[in-house]
Write a protein that binds this ligand. Structure first.
Ligand SMILES: *Cc1c(COP(=O)(O)O)cnc(C)c1O
Length: 226
């Protein structure tokens, strides 16, 4: 079942890229495997998945040793500062840097480990009270401090859009995040690039690809309900 669903999502990603005039290899499909057991991740791997998204440090530590060496783990959930040390070096990308205090902790622990940690800043585009992340107008100021860090590198932005019935309702959110990345890129701030936009989930990943997502995070459509 996971195999068929993964291949179906893969096909939809491909079609969305075609519609948008984008190359398939410019969009990374992250299979969000949180709460799902290792055999399901292995099924997805067999179907072609290489990138897996988890929202708990513990699950990354438990599952990654059981996966083939070229599987990559992405930390996509809210990260507590006291868990940072455990996750440094265990993920290809932390998508969910949602405060300066967390950023400082990642810098400190990465320095201790002698690593440079790639991250995305999580942006609360729709200003939802229930969500973590920087407001759009806070981003430039935060990046001024982060520009001084030498063990954490910002690669772009991530957002978790509002839950909506019709994915078209989130098109504006995706456009706004794309525009923010263009605006920030034009400022040539040190220690960051704006190559990555992580946006789009099961309900709206095709729209996100049309609006410039370079990573989509798809859980339910691949692994079923949690
Ligand atoms: C769970 C989760 C997803 C996947 O959501 P689905 O709707 O199941 O595709 C994507 N991003 C984040 C940050 C998540 O926590």
């Amino acid at each position: 079942m996971v195999r068929e669903q993964y291949l179906e999502v893969e096909e939809r990603v491909k079609q969305a890229c075609l519609r948008a005039g984008r190359k398939r290899e410019d969009v990374t499909l992250v299979a969000v495997s949180k709460t799902k057991p290792l055999p399901m991740l292995l099924d997805a791997y067999e179907a072609g998945a290489r990138d897996f998204g988890e929202n708990k440090v513990q699950e990354i530590l438990e599952k990654s040793p059981g996966m083939p060496g070229n599987a990559r783990f992405h930390m996509i959930g809210h990260l507590q500062r006291n868990k940072v040390r455990q996750v440094i070096g265990k993920t290809v990308l932390i998508h969910s840097v949602d405060s300066l205090r967390l950023a400082r902790q990642i810098e400190e622990e990465s320095a201790r480990a002698g690593l440079v940690t790639p991250v995305l800043l999580e942006i609360n585009v729709a200003r939802e009270e229930s969500k973590f992340g920087f407001f759009v107008e806070e981003v430039e100021k935060a990046l001024e401090e982060i520009a001084l860090f030498s063990h954490m590198r910002v690669k772009g932005f991530m957002t978790i859009p509002p839950f909506v019935e019709n994915p078209e309702q989130n098109r504006k959110v995706f456009q706004d995040l794309f525009q923010l990345s263009v605006d920030i890129a034009s400022k040539n701030i040190d220690n960051m690039s704006m190559d990555v936009l992580s946006m789009g989930m099961s309900g709206d990943y095709e729209v996100a690809i049309e609006e410039g997502a370079t990573i989509v995070r798809v859980g339910t459509s691949i692994f079923g309900h949690r």
